[in-house]
Design a protein around this ligand. Structure first.
Ligand code: 13P
Length: 247
């Protein structure tokens, strides 16, 4: 059975005081489940606040070099050394605002693989691509290039998040039809590229997931959870998403 994952991507939000209050609220809820794993991706400065919180915490980004003169960057080894459990790679905000190329992202994937560090590879098309109806080719090209250095025996480290850029933070999620179509295309790609092992990769949807649309999204074939921005900042709404995924 594939892992179901509900992941919070906080992006550059919350002060330390707000993080502490989020964790305190989080701990009042029951997050136990055999089938669903909850994860939090806070700003890296807060990762250590999670080590006592009994929840999978991961970083929002990582650099591919092991160590050296790379001011402002963090390595896989550094993240692992403080108990960080996974990392997001290639979020569209990294690709668009910080010019991360497919080649750079492939290097980051390679660094994670080398250190046996689990990662969530994010992919997503801009509105112009969706309007031209070339989104499938666009996404599969990203995956092909980003996963260049990965072999079938390593893909238990991999999860994928499909996040159409036009749906992120817009309040307008992709439709159930659009999500089902793309997740099937991604699954088909994974199986062609990695064989049967491709069945075991969790594919998350991200982009304006909220308490109103979550149940319908989680019902789509090949949707194995969500990567949530805005609706994860409030524990109450995040917990509602959790209940919807566990249902
Ligand atoms: P929103 O849920 O705020 O649209 O953000 C999605 C996202 O980018 C998660 O990585």
């Amino acid at each position: 059975m594939r892992k179901q994952i509900l992941a919070a991507n906080w992006k550059m939000n919350l002060t330390q005081k707000e993080v502490h209050s989020w964790i305190a609220d989080f701990q009042t809820k029951n997050w136990n489940s055999e089938q669903v794993q909850v994860r939090v991706y806070p700003s890296a400065i807060y990762l250590k606040d999670f080590t006592t919180a009994q929840v999978h915490c991961g970083a929002q980004n990582v650099f591919h070099e092991v160590r050296g003169a790379f001011t402002g960057e963090l390595s896989v080894e550094q993240l692992q050394s403080i108990g960080c459990q996974s990392v997001l790679i290639g979020h569209s905000e990294r690709r668009e605002l910080f010019q991360e190329s497919n080649e750079l992202i492939a290097q980051k994937v390679k660094a994670c693989i080398k250190a046996s560090f689990p990662f969530v590879l994010c992919c997503g098309e801009p509105l112009s691509v969706r309007k031209a109806q070339t989104q499938e080719a666009f996404i599969l090209d990203q995956l092909q290039k980003n996963l260049e250095h990965v072999s079938p025996d390593q893909i238990d480290l991999l999860a994928i998040a499909y996040e159409p850029i036009w749906a992120i933070g817009s309040g307008l999620s992709a439709s159930v039809h659009e999500i089902t179509e793309m997740h099937l295309a991604i699954r088909t790609f994974l199986m062609a590229r990695f064989g049967e092992a491709g069945q075991n990769v969790s594919i998350l949807y991200g982009g304006s997931v909220n308490t109103a649309n979550a149940a319908a999204i989680f019902n789509c074939a090949n949707v194995d959870g969500a990567l949530v921005g805005g609706a994860s900042l409030d524990v109450e709404s995040f917990y509602e998403l959790w209940l919807a995924l566990c249902a």
